[in-house]
Design a protein around this ligand. Structure first.
Ligand code: ZN
Length: 165
């Protein structure tokens, strides 16, 4: 595979990104740190960004606008809930911004996010903190390579910028 073939499934892609909300506030950035590595086609990043990176090549710089539908989802508009700390298993350290899977009465797992830990109370939301938010990504494609068989099996990249285990 040539070093600069178009990006597609099965490639480990390293990107620098800066994520901004519609007010221009920087939510997250890789710049000043090592680039993020992800497995293209592995659903490691939001679908709207992965779709706009497909077909690009190393050295490309562009801005990707991602709608909530292709980002972190629409807001359920369900208000946050205050629950007792005792509702969570005691061995799980709860931190603001954490995502957990909650088991409903029907046994289905639903993601929840911890908004706040307030003494004996925990404030939770059914929505990702960026649900309903249009996202603007400033992207630079830094490097690409073919994923190894092990990375394909795990569904994520190993090595610099990827998983370490
Ligand atoms: Zn792995």
């Amino acid at each position: 595979m040539s070093k600069n073939s178009p990006i597609g499934d099965g490639q480990v892609v390293q990107i620098h990104y800066t994520l901004q909300d519609p007010d221009g506030e920087v939510i997250d950035t890789s710049r000043g740190d090592e680039p993020l590595a992800y497995l293209h086609g592995g659903q490691n990043i939001v679908p709207g960004l992965e779709r706009q990176i497909a077909g690009r090549a190393v050295g490309d710089k562009f801005v990707a606008e991602v709608s909530p539908e292709e980002g972190y989802g629409l807001s359920s508009e369900r208000p946050p809930q205050r629950v007792e700390r005792d509702a969570f298993p005691p061995h799980i350290p709860l931190e603001e911004g954490m995502q957990l899977m909650a088991e409903g009465d029907d046994g289905d797992l639903t993601p929840i996010w911890i908004l706040e830990v307030d003494g004996d109370d925990v404030v939770i939301s059914m929505d990702h903190p960026l649900a309903g938010v249009p996202l603007t990504f400033d992207i630079e494609i830094v490097a690409t390579r073919a994923a190894s068989a092990e990375e394909m099996a795990h569904g994520h990249p190993h090595g610099p910028g990827g998983h370490h285990h």
